[in-house]
Design a binder for this molecule. Structure first.
Ligand code: NAD
Length: 323
């Protein structure tokens, strides 16, 4: 099959590109290299079944040309990360809404199965745990621009599901929970690579707030496995899936585990949110997915433990030092 991956030079997209090439598919990546890097694609850059196109999902003509040539589209390109969203809110909203509209409009022309990358952020401040795909979504006030990312992703979901209903477009919504692993950059506030880097440098690990907030971290290899299975499962069409693990860890506990795993002398420093983000910033205490729907439909449940994620990221960061 010919598969288009928008945002394929990014963290998740580059792992997915490698895997789909391995599985014998033709892969085209469209990426503007804003947060992604061409070096992420080094392993497949010269493969005859791979093609890289530098450009934006906001370029309607380019998107139309690439989407209509594809059998399957993974739409991963987006402005990602709380820090980037808070620093550039209007541009982020444009990318995350208008870009998705362009992809879906083009897919309507040829009926390509289109996967839309959504996020656990859409659950917002929901307090019923674990989060299930059919649950109500609870978003904060518009004055707090943090919620613009969740709203943009929610709108993407609505738009995709509306096209599925009105035109029979095959769409699948992927609600990623915290996904991490090698190649994830800490530049935009991603906690795990930042902590591992600080621990390797024996620098303090900066925990925002009390550190009692918890998250579930999924290994990118598991997430890519889930995506490939959903691509090959007709019952996934028209459906929404939580993708992640349900193994919870507090952010303070995560910092402790990383310090121990890499044998670091770092200490942990708690920093109030007000010192890092604009006034009124809200963070969620918990974000716990119910992944039983993914398991029921695909027979697969993400399993790789946090210890392996930490080891894989630390090994990748150590490599340039020992090369
Ligand atoms: P990433 O930043 O590594 O990947 C995003 C890619 O999109 C980058 O390569 C970037 O250069 C590209 N991009 C951004 N704007 C673009 C534009 N206008 N045109 C073309 N390309 C553009 O992030 P990621 O973690 O790989 O995220 C992939 C997707 O998964 C995103 O849609 C994100 O919202 C979603 N997601 C990720 C996580 C996670 O934990 N990693 C969690 C929830 C949702």
């Amino acid at each position: 099959m010919h598969i288009l991956i928008t945002g394929g030079a990014g963290f998740i997209g580059s792992h997915l590109s490698e895997r789909l090439i391995q599985n014998g598919h033709d892969v085209t990546v469209l990426d503007d290299l804003s947060t992604g890097q061409i070096s992420n694609l080094a392993a497949i850059a010269d493969h005859s079944a791979f093609r890289f196109v530098e450009g934006s999902i906001l370029d309607r003509a380019l998107v139309a040309k690439l989407v209509t040539a594809a059998d399957v589209v993974f739409h991963l390109a987006a402005a990602v990360g709380v820090k980037l969203i808070m620093d550039e809110p209007s541009q982020s909203m444009l990318t995350n809404v208008a870009g998705t509209e362009n992809v879906l409009d083009a897919a309507l022309q040829n009926g390509a199965h289109t996967f839309i990358a959504s996020s656990s952020e859409v659950y917002g401040k929901a307090t019923k745990f674990p989060f299930q795909e059919e649950d109500d979504l609870t978003i904060g006030a518009t004055k707090n621009l943090r919620w613009s990312y969740a709203c943009a992703k929610t709108l993407d979901e609505f738009l995709a599901l509306a096209h599925a209903r009105e035109s029979g477009l095959p769409v699948t919504i992927l609600r990623f929970f915290n996904t991490t692993g090698p190649r994830q950059t800490g530049r935009y506030g991603m906690v795990l690579p930042n902590f591992v880097k600080s621990a390797l440098e024996n620098a303090p690990l900066i925990v925002h707030g009390t550190g009692k907030q918890s998250r579930c971290f999924g290994h990118v290899a598991d997430v890519v496995e889930a995506m490939c299975r959903l691509m090959n499962t007709p019952a996934a069409r028209g459906e929404v899936f939580n993708i992640g693990t349900d193994q919870e860890v507090t952010i303070h506990g995560l910092a402790e585990q990383i310090i121990k795993a890499v044998g670091s002398d770092s200490d942990i420093q708690l920093v109030p949110y007000e010192q890092v983000y604009p006034e009124g910033f809200e963070d969620m205490q918990r974000r716990l997915p119910d992944v039983s729907k993914l398991e029921r439909i695909t027979g697969f449940r993400p399993m790789l433990p946090l210890s392996q994620i930490i080891d894989d990221i630390a090994n990748e960061m150590r490599l340039p030092l020992t090369a």
